[in-house]
Ligand binder design. Structure first.
Ligand code: HEM
Length: 521
């Protein structure tokens, strides 16, 4: 009898595995196939992961040339998609483990998706499973009513009018200027001690700046404790990015591998640090910053105290993840572009100095920085930190001419769309901020395909805060220093959940001989 039950248990387990690993994805594929959508044949357990690895390994990267920044990097990151696109067209299907993907670079369909407001088109559910330790069930990964509740709490806090006067005594702009000024001062000290010019590794400094800003926006007076959390979140992101290509493999995250044990440790530490902060809050004076909004929002969550804690922890982690690396890396790529384009550097510097006249930028000056805005927009076109816009059909739905079955993931390759000569013209691969002189709609034929902040109801909630932060740090750097590419710099953008410089960014930095533009006393 016992043996019979064991045998039955084994059989049900294998039938279940067979169902989730092969039958279910195959059903989705056959529904797509019947509509004429094609793609590479998947293997049962890994889908197309082995072929992805094979194509990637066959790719020969051109050798580095000192000081040379080529923008032709996108196809080195995901060569398999380009390879398959040539064979199967702009809408193709493929699988990562048991995740069934629809890769869509078809312009009309991307437009349809950007405009789709249905809650049936949500964030991929695998994100909660696979990136759980980093993102949990916060605003970035949740769907339906849970997401709508989180968006209602978080998004209004990040709107422009709030960014200008956000609840800290001196306002968010001044706080950002304070953080940016301390970075400028630290570079100045380094340069002086080196006799007027210094080779500086800028990416870590920009990460610290961005961490500082977001800690202050989120945690107000507790921002130094917030930074402790950041250090661990960054470490968690690094560990988790190591396994991103295997993400579709079921059960992998439960194995006590070295990586997973590190992930679990960091996750636990982050959780207790955030909850400690919340506890301190309850005992201290009431403060109206983003953390307080999230704590108040958690009270409306009717799923009990454990869920309220998860609500707070997950959303704090989400704000960190959403706003930290993205902003730091966007600033980094913009500086690389300015350093390798001295003409634009001089034009932006002249604009900032003319508008600021040696003073710290305020909201009004920032609004008038047209050239700087154009440069940032062009940098985010060539180096979008988030390279795919991803969605899942949470119910069967029609997008364009395609009936997308429930459970199919849709990936829109932002990098490919941002380089398409049909959209941007023959100089699509070149740095030319002039194209944004008349805004995004003047820059290209299909403005809804410019997606650095995503699109639709899930568009980046922090884009105003991000643009303000970028303008402040870049204005202060460019008005105080002149930049050129260091011989140490090797241009190699890589994907680690966002697009990062593989070997960091080294720039040669000199003081410019103008009046210093810093925080006004
Ligand atoms: C240059 C910097 C930034 C870039 C490039 C960026 C980009 C993005 C992108 C592409 C998305 C996904 C949109 C989609 O799937 O359609 C997103 C979502 C989001 N971002 Fe940003 N982001 C930046 C900075 C920030 C900052 C500073 C914050 C907050 C402090 C923030 C908060 C969010 C939130 C909360 C979401 C989730 C929105 C939702 O799902 O409802 N982002 N961001």
């Amino acid at each position: 009898m016992f043996l019979w039950f064991v045998l039955l248990g084994f059989c049900s387990f294998f039938i279940h595995l067979y169902n989730i690993l092969w039958l279910k994805p195959e059903r989705l594929r056959s529904k797509l196939r019947r509509q004429g959508i094609r793609g590479p044949s998947p293997s049962p357990l890994l889908g197309n992961i082995p072929e992805m690895k094979r194509i990637q390994s066959q790719l020969i990267k051109p050798p580095y040339k000192d000081g040379f920044v080529s923008h032709d990097w996108a196809h080195f990151l995901f060569p398999y998609f380009n390879h398959w696109k040539k064979e199967y067209g702009p809408i193709l299907m493929c699988s990562m483990g048991n995740i069934q993907l629809l890769y869509v670079s078809h312009k009309e369909m991307v437009k349809e998706m950007s405009l789709c407001t249905s809650l049936d088109l949500g964030k991929p559910t695998y994100l909660q499973r696979e990136r759980g330790p980093l993102l949990g069930q916060g605003i970035l990964t949740s769907n339906g009513a849970v997401w709508a509740h989180q968006r209602k709490i978080i998004a209004p806090e990040l709107y422009m009018k709030r960014v200008k006067v956000i609840r800290m005594p001196s306002g968010m702009v001044n706080l950002m200027v304070e953080s940016a000024t301390s970075l400028v001062n630290s570079w100045e000290m380094k340069i002086e001690s080196d006799g007027g010019i210094r080779d500086v590794r800028i990416d870590e400094d920009l990460r610290s700046f961005s961490a500082d800003v977001i800690s202050r926006a989120c945690f107000g007076s507790n921002y130094s404790s917030g930074r402790e959390i950041f250090v661990r979140l960054r470490a968690l992101q690094q560990v988790m990015s190591k396994k991103s290509l295997l993400m579709g493999l079921p059960g992998l995250r439960y194995l006590p591998t070295k990586n997973n044990r590190e992930i679990w440790r960091l996750e636990k530490e982050i959780r207790s640090l955030i909850l400690e902060l919340v506890k301190e809050r309850k005992e201290a004076i009431f403060e109206r910053d983003l953390l307080q909004m999230i704590i108040d929002g958690a009270k409306d969550d009717e799923r009990g105290p454990v869920s309220a804690d998860n609500f707070i922890v997950d959303n704090c982690k989400n704000i960190y993840f959403a706003g930290h690396e993205t902003t730091a890396m966007s600033a980094c790529w913009t500086l690389v572009l300015l350093a390798s384009n001295p003409e634009w550097q001089a034009r932006v510097r002249a604009e900032v100095l003319q508008l600021c006249g040696g003073l710290a930028p305020d909201a009004d000056m920032l609004r008038k920085m047209k050239l700087l805005t154009m440069v940032i927009q062009e940098a985010m076109r060539l180096y979008p930190t988030v390279v795919f816009m991803s969605r899942e059909a949470l119910e069967e739905m029609k997008l364009g001419e395609i009936h997308v079955p429930k459970g199919v993931n849709i990936w829109i390759p932002v990098i490919t769309l941002h380089r398409d000569p049909d959209i941007w013209g023959p100089d699509a691969d070149e740095f030319n901020p002039e194209r944004f002189a008349n805004g995004i709609s003047g820059a290209c034929k299909l403005p809804h395909l410019y997606l650095p902040f995503g699109a639709g109801p899930r568009i980046c909630a922090g884009q105003n805060l991000a643009m303000t932060e970028l303008k402040i740090i870049l204005a202060l750097i460019i008005s105080n220093f002149s930049l050129s590419i260091s011989p140490k710099y090797r241009h190699s953008p890589v994907f680690k959940l966002v697009i990062e410089p593989e070997h960091g960014v080294n720039l040669l930095i000199r003081r410019v001989q103008f009046e210093k533009c810093s925080l006004e006393e």
